[in-house]
Design a protein around this ligand. Sequence first.
Ligand code: HEM
Length: 334
Amino acid sequence: MFERPPTFYRPFLTGRYTVSAGLYRLGTQAVPWVGSEAGAVVETHTFALDREYPRFVASKAAAHRRALHEYAGEAALTPELREAALSFVARTLAEESGGVMAWDGRTFTNRALGWAADLALRWGGVEELRRFAAPLAPLVADVTPVNALDFLGLNAPEDLAIVARHPEGGDWVAALHVLSPQHWDPREKLGRDFVAVHEPVAGSGPMNATAPRLVDAVITRGPFVRFAWGVATRDRLDHHPAAPQRADRAPETRFDPDRAFLRVERQTLTGFPEAHGALFTIRPYTYPLRDAVADPAHARALAAALRTMTPEQVAYKGLVPLLPGLLTWLDGVT
Ligand code: HEM
């Protein structure tokens, strides 16, 4: 099925933590810190299908069973934008799946999960769902997708967001299917504009001041890829504030190098100018911290990057109880 190991991304190799756009043009601009040798790689893909796939499906199925309505929804999504974004997802996911998934414009089939659905993308319906024997079918056996966005989102490791813009200006989050959120609640973001969505991010002022230009670039000039990163004490994918097991950010947690992870989010942005919107995908990666900084130069870069965070950013990233121990350990490793 999907045998590739997950790609290793080390965005901290810049030696700085920044709250900025950091957009790389997919297909033309090399991402500078991909792989063990930190090589520059021009990426073209939207969806990353690797051997972590079953872990994503299992986590998404658990979130779905627990409370799908806390993770997914729509806010004034137009039929045009729904159709543009969901056809892109169906087509691209199938193309990038190496033959495991197929899309013929009507039926989306996944030979790993053992299901096929007839989708009406303009209005968002799942018109028929058929199941068949397949290696990962048990993971979704008790999951019933509620609409086309839900079905497609369950087939992808990535979380999905659709951003819409009025032709006269003004943007909003028009749909979310975010089953692996990193300590944020999709219900608080749905229907909000770029600035409101990013307002809680410490140090987001300068980026937010350029919001109309950023949203315009995303809709009319992509596709782009960008990365976010942080250090966590769990490799759990679903950090919904309402989900159980929030121990990742328990105040009493101290740094332990054997229970620390680098969490990187690879995000892509694809615009649909005719439909006045864009698709935003989020794929988390969790690497044991020891693997992320096995090279002393990498440990030095991570320590340097962490030292550029303001106290507000340290707090925002949930690092207050961890940072002293983490920096001491990184300095020792180097
Ligand atoms: C041009 C496009 C975008 C840029 C440049 C951007 C940039 C950023 C940055 C720099 C952060 C802080 C990351 C950190 O933790 O270090 C962030 C956080 C976040 N972004 Fe974006 N973002 C973009 C689009 C979106 C979209 C379309 C959504 C839709 C839901 C979104 C949702 C979020 C959320 C929910 C957070 C965390 C906010 C919180 O803590 O409550 N972003 N973004």
